[in-house]
Design a protein around this ligand. Structure first.
Ligand SMILES: *[C@@H]1O[C@H](CO)[C@@H](O)[C@H](O)[C@H]1NC(C)=O
Ligand SMILES: *[C@@H]1O[C@H](CO)[C@@H](O)[C@H](O)[C@H]1NC(C)=O
Ligand SMILES: *[C@@H]1O[C@H](CO)[C@@H](O)[C@H](O)[C@H]1NC(C)=O
Length: 453
């Protein structure tokens, strides 16, 4: 870090940054503070850095002034450059236990001040998904790449796309339910690496536990459903066959990966499991119901949703919506002023222009001006979806058995997996080119390589 003293047009290089141990930022209009963060130099503002002012040891003894030589004579005398001020705890000899001082007690020459290292002050629980500390290097000591940069490593974890993952600066994070927080490194030869972060002693706050149904994404689901939506038995979490995986129960102590129960250890949409069938790796357990208190009427919409007044505020891709009254990152054409009747509250999804794809919002991602929203049960149709109901009979509208098709075989050359309804996708000449699964009356899931755009 360095100061720019505007009055005297002088720069002063500082031996520490805001992130060094025991340093605090202090407002000071006389100086512009700049500091290095990764490979960038950022202006912090009109500030100076102040070092710690603790002056008692871990056992509560007062510190001796550094310029004093009684009761203890010593060689660490203050100079303008060594930072030994007053009687503050300091670490002139780089002691492993951190800052210390000579004490005013003649019988105890010096003692550690018990000041935690910055990076120890914030600890993590479970797999560190909630960790928001400032460790910014990997366990091998390599500097982390900033999350908002795509070099040296290209990656999908952009902070704007995942605002709830805390992808600030180049701090170690765990956005993908890895074992521990990690980061992309600034070393082009090493893509990503784990970081060393202390585990907290206290237990994490538990999720809202449910057993008969699930709330939210079902991360707190602890019930005993052990088959997939289409009835395939789940693979035990402590087994590595038929599917190899990294969700080993010992490594995910807070996720309750018992037996072969459906669970959601990775922030997926709902509880899921690896299946006991080699051809079907994972499947959701959508037959576990949402808890009734979550299925409030306002989270559904009818028609085009032009009267939808619920509180969904994320798009179908999970991007947070921009408040309707805001002017950034996107300058809205439609606002509470232009559409006063549309209840454009906060950043809730709305359909002020009767868009046929339903409620939408401007998004906080600078590269996505707007997007449509998903609602838990938003289809507005009265027919149960097979995602919510395994019972094929209830799906009669769409999956009606056609005598002619049934004779030929409704499912061709495969096993029914997550969804019992298999679809042949054909080109204009009616030539089959890909398969798909019918997941809702009007929706087919296929794979990306089947389509050019
Ligand atoms: C747990 O449930 C309470 C009351 O139902 C709710 O206020 C709270 O937000 C829930 N917490 C989580 C983490 O879902
Ligand atoms: C599922 O769990 C029940 C007990 O809750 C057990 O009787 C049954 O065998 C299990 N099924 C599978 C496929 O593991
Ligand atoms: C929205 O469009 C639908 C279909 O075109 C129409 O039936 C409905 O009345 C429209 N709603 C409003 C508020 O204009």
């Amino acid at each position: 870090a360095f100061h720019h003293d505007q009055q005297n047009q002088l720069c002063q290089l500082l031996p520490r940054t805001q992130h060094s141990p025991h340093v605090q930022l202090q407002k000071n209009i006389l100086y512009d503070l700049y500091q290095k963060k990764g490979r960038l130099v950022l202006q912090v503002g009109k500030s100076t850095l102040q070092t710690g002012t603790r002056a008692t040891t871990e056992k509560g003894l007062h510190c001796q002034h550094w310029q004093a030589t009684t009761p203890h004579d010593h060689r660490f005398l203050p100079s303008p450059r060594n930072g030994l001020e007053d009687n503050y705890c300091r670490n002139p000899d780089h002691d492993k236990r951190g800052p210390w001082c000579y004490t005013v007690d003649p019988n105890i020459r010096h003692q550690s001040c018990g000041i935690k290292k910055c990076e120890d002050a914030v600890c993590m629980t479970c797999n560190g998904e909630e960790y928001r500390g400032t460790v910014d290097h990997t366990e091998s000591g390599t500097e982390c790449q900033r999350w908002d940069l795509q070099y040296p490593h290209k990656h999908p974890y952009h902070p704007d796309k995942s605002p709830d993952k805390g992808l600030d600066d180049n701090y170690c994070r765990n956005p993908d339910s890895s074992e521990r927080p990690w980061c992309y490194t600034t070393d082009p030869g090493r893509e990503r690496e784990y970081c060393r972060i202390r585990l907290c002693k206290k237990r994490p706050r538990p999720h809202n536990i449910t057993t008969g149904c699930f709330r939210g994404k079902g991360e707190g689901y602890r019930g005993r459903v052990n088959v997939t939506v289409s009835g395939i038995p789940c693979q035990r979490w402590d087994a590595q066959s038929p599917h190899q995986h990294h969700f080993v129960p010992e490594k995910y102590p807070c996720k309750d990966l018992q037996e072969n129960y459906c669970r959601n250890p990775d922030g997926s949409e709902a509880p899921w499991c690896f299946t006991a069938r080699p051809t079907v790796r994972v499947a959701f357990c959508f037959h576990i119901r949402r808890c009734p208190d979550e299925l409030s009427a306002q989270e559904c919409y009818h028609g085009h949703g032009e009267h939808y007044r619920g509180h969904v505020s994320k798009t179908r891709k999970g991007i947070t919506c921009q408040p309707w009254a805001a002017q950034a990152p996107h300058v809205p054409q439609i606002s509470p002023i232009t559409h006063p009747e549309a209840d454009l509250e906060k950043n809730y999804c709305r359909n002020p222009d009767n868009d046929s794809h339903g409620p939408w919002c401007y998004t906080m991602d600078p590269r996505t001006p707007f997007d449509y929203c998903s609602s838990p049960s938003a289809a507005g149709s009265t027919t149960p979806s097979i995602l919510e109901n395994t019972d094929a009979v209830a799906f009669e509208q769409c999956g009606r058995r056609d005598e002619r098709l049934q004779r030929k075989g409704r499912i061709v050359g495969g096993q029914p997996g997550n969804s019992p309804w298999t679809v042949s996708i054909r080109n204009r000449a009616r030539v089959h080119f890909c398969g798909g699964s019918l997941v809702k009356e009007q929706w087919v899931i296929s794979t990306r390589q089947c389509f050019s755009s």
